[in-house]
Design a protein around this ligand. Structure first.
Ligand SMILES: Cc1cc2nc3c(=O)[nH]c(=O)nc-3n(C[C@H](O)[C@H](O)[C@H](O)COP(=O)(O)OP(=O)(O)OC[C@H]3O[C@@H](n4cnc5c(N)ncnc54)[C@H](O)[C@@H]3O)c2cc1C
Ligand SMILES: *[C@@H]1O[C@H](CO)[C@@H](O)[C@H](O)[C@H]1NC(C)=O
Ligand SMILES: *[C@@H]1O[C@H](CO)[C@@H](O)[C@H](O)[C@H]1NC(C)=O
Ligand SMILES: *[C@@H]1O[C@H](CO)[C@@H](O)[C@H](O)[C@H]1NC(C)=O
Ligand SMILES: *[C@@H]1O[C@H](CO)[C@@H](O)[C@H](O)[C@H]1NC(C)=O
Ligand SMILES: *[C@@H]1O[C@H](CO)[C@@H](O)[C@H](O)[C@H]1NC(C)=O
Length: 589
């Protein structure tokens, strides 16, 4: 997401006729029901699943428990009736279709449990430095409660719109190689799960997992396939502040400097804008709670934008796509990076504006952000830039987690690809470039077995699945270099289907242990679906026309791309085992 309103003036001049939608603007509910048919559609926060197909459920098969016993009864009833069960959260941010219970939901064969109203309890245990929260509690609410007791949650994802249950289920993370590290699940010390049980046990029971119980290693990152998470206990530390400075510098040697950065700064990360030859080091350290400073992190990409601006940016991007204007994208990328530098990516010294580094503020105000989540009393025309109701930004999010020792070679390959034509990378630099974050080795079966770098980049997704994107081949090659040449593991809550190919083997014996735990807790596979199987077992067998364009397959024939529009299946330029859809008109004709 970009620094949108910088371009208001430019954009207003060129797209004066865009409609302005006026509505109440917190993000939409993921469940939408049609009152005449009683059929509901379940969506993620972008309103488009990876496969673009809808997920439908019958209205009366969605329930909204408010306490643990209601949750247990819901699972018990579903078990009695042999229904498939999936949990949906208030906003449902995960891109793979993990939350969908069944493809044929209008025959009453499934149950959706929403945790939207299961969010009342947040127990802070000051003596033992821990917090126990209901699974539906939002990250922001939990952080604020913890801070009110003078304590801090050390790790968190950068986006505060997630729920406690949802974020750990997909392995969500922030960035740190210090202490327990940047992954949320590595701060989990206990959980309460609702799992199916025998009739004699009331069809469902609460299982408490904590301490050294191997089930905790399975349950900490479980993609929702072990059972329903009722409560999560996370460890806390004494309250602290943070001091943040962004250092915009050249990208000559960052693949060697990253180790040092992560060792010197507790909450370091790196943004890389390859077409600009720029990296941004986040020098971010813990400072004592009494250090002066009331700064906040209001990350630009998660700020509210006017509907008009988001739509205009999308229209501009679409027009550059249609005219294959790499140059147009480069101009925007250059301006956005400049804007981010002057605004420090949305850091604000005294809650108002950015004036100077370092920005010092309470951990609770720096660790995560998401001001676009909240409706504004004065402006009803502001939303998150990707809000699906306004047809604003629409993009893919590729996130590959690469072992630290392979990172320098990975970057060298990307730099080789970059040197062939730096402008090819302007399309990601319009978003956040590449974001590199640090996660430590974890004992979670579906976590990282060694200290790793999370590589994250966003890029244009077409309105129409059969329309290729500009520099399609470049993004596909980067994706395949990350996941296949360097064995990157996928972030479970993001990515296109190809990222999950062969994922089971990447986890080795830990994968088998996870499946054992799953079979133990859910022998009837109540919580497994064709989509959770697809992600977990990384299978790929749908080779329809154009499948590679949306990352549903790796191309092996031209028809997997779009030969009519001039996109053919070709080897990679740097990684010759890659197979990518490349625009070849003009080269061969
Ligand atoms: C704008 C944006 C920014 C993001 N930033 C980051 C980031 O900085 N770092 C990062 O790691 N990720 C990030 N993500 C990804 C996000 O953190 C994950 O997708 C996360 O899982 C979303 O949490 P949620 O509460 O929306 O859960 P959902 O997406 O609703 O749920 C995730 C999965 O867990 C299951 N589930 C949820 N609750 C329960 C429960 N109580 N019991 C059993 N199963 C359950 C669901 O069925 C689903 O399969 C971002 C996503 C977006 C859209
Ligand atoms: C609800 O379903 C009916 C019948 O299929 C359809 O005609 C109507 O357009 C739907 N309403 C909405 C809001 O989608
Ligand atoms: C409902 O559909 C599912 C998926 O197609 C199928 O497995 C199940 O048997 C069906 N249930 C009934 C009661 O027809
Ligand atoms: C699903 O169940 C509801 C009542 O629980 C019933 O009204 C409806 O007809 C059922 N639908 C199907 C397709 O069986
Ligand atoms: C802290 O933990 C100990 C041991 O688990 C427990 O006995 C004690 O009750 C806890 N303290 C509080 C305030 O809950
Ligand atoms: C920014 O980082 C570069 C590369 O590590 C370093 O040479 C430079 O001194 C840093 N600048 C500041 C202001 O810290």
């Amino acid at each position: 997401m970009a620094a949108l309103w910088l371009f208001t003036v430019t954009i207003l001049c060129c797209f004066p006729k865009l409609p302005l939608y006026i509505q109440a603007m917190p993000p939409p509910n993921p469940i939408k029901c049609n009152s005449s048919t009683n059929i509901c559609t379940l969506q993620n926060s972008y309103a488009v699943w990876g496969d673009r197909k809808e997920c439908q459920v019958v209205q009366n098969s969605i329930i909204y428990p408010t306490n643990e016993e209601e949750l247990r009864l819901a699972v018990a009833n579903a078990n009695k009736k042999r229904l498939k069960v999936k949990v949906v959260t208030k906003f449902s941010h995960t891109i793979p279709k993990l939350a969908c219970p069944s493809n044929n939901n209008n025959n009453n064969s499934s149950l959706i449990i929403s945790t939207e109203r299961y969010d009342s309890i947040i127990d802070v245990d000051v003596e033992n430095l821990s917090v126990t929260a209901d699974a539906g509690v939002g990250l922001r609410a939990m952080i604020d409660r913890v801070a009110a007791f003078g304590l801090s949650l050390v790790a968190s994802p950068y986006w505060e719109g997630v729920s406690v249950g949802g974020m750990i289920s997909t392995g969500a993370h922030g960035s740190s190689w210090w202490g327990k590290g940047g992954s949320m699940h590595d701060h989990v010390i206990g959980m309460r799960l609702i799992v199916p049980a025998k009739q004699s046990q009331g069809y469902a029971q609460v299982v408490e997992v904590k301490g050294q119980d191997p089930l905790l290693r399975a349950a900490k990152v479980s993609l929702g396939v072990l059972g329903v998470i009722s409560k999560v206990t996370l460890s806390l530390e004494r309250g602290f502040k943070r001091s943040v400075t962004y250092n915009f510098t050249n990208d000559d040697d960052f693949e060697h400097e990253f180790m040092d950065l992560a060792k010197r700064h507790e909450f370091a990360d790196i943004q890389w804008y390859p077409s600009r030859h720029t990296v941004v080091y986040r020098n971010d350290d813990r400072v004592p709670i009494n250090t002066p400073g009331d700064g906040v992190n209001d990350f630009l990409g998660f700020q509210q934008n006017s509907v008009l601006v988001s739509q205009s940016l999308r229209a501009t991007e679409r027009s550059f796509e249609n005219s294959k204007s790499v140059k147009g994208k480069c101009i925007l990328a250059s301006s956005f990076v400049g804007y981010k530098k002057t605004t420090a990516n949305g850091l604000k010294n005294n809650n108002l504006i950015f004036t100077n580094y370092p920005v010092i503020g309470h951990q609770s105000k720096i660790q995560t952000s998401g001001s676009c989540l909240y409706s504004s009393p004065t402006r009803k025309d502001l939303t998150c830039p990707w809000d699906p109701r306004i047809k604003g930004l629409f993009f893919f999010e590729t996130t590959s987690i690469i072992p630290a020792h392979k990172f320098p070679d990975f970057i060298r390959d990307i730099k080789t690809l970059l040197d062939l034509n730096p402008e090819n990378f302007c399309g990601v630099d319009m978003y956040n470039g590449f974001l590199f974050r640090f996660v430590k080795s974890s004992d979670a079966y579906l976590g990282q077995s060694e200290d790793s770098i999370v590589v994250d980049f966003n890029y244009y997704r077409s309105d129409d699945p059969k329309t290729p994107r500009l520099n399609e081949d470049v993004w596909e090659e980067v994706e395949q270099i990350a996941f296949f040449k360097y064995g990157g593991k996928p972030h479970w809550g993001k990515n296109r289907k190809v990222a999950f190919l062969g994922v089971d083997k990447k986890f080795g014996n830990n994968f088998n242990k996870f499946i054992e735990a799953k079979n133990l807790l859910d022998p009837q596979k109540m919580f497994s679906t064709e989509w959770s199987d697809e992600i977990l077992f990384g299978s790929n067998n749908k080779f329809g026309d154009g499948c590679a364009l949306e990352g549903e397959c790796i191309c092996s024939e031209d028809r997997h791309c779009n030969p009519v529009d001039g996109y053919f299946c070709r080897p990679g330029l740097v990684y010759d085992q890659a197979r990518v859809c490349r625009y070849s008109i003009g080269i061969y004709h």
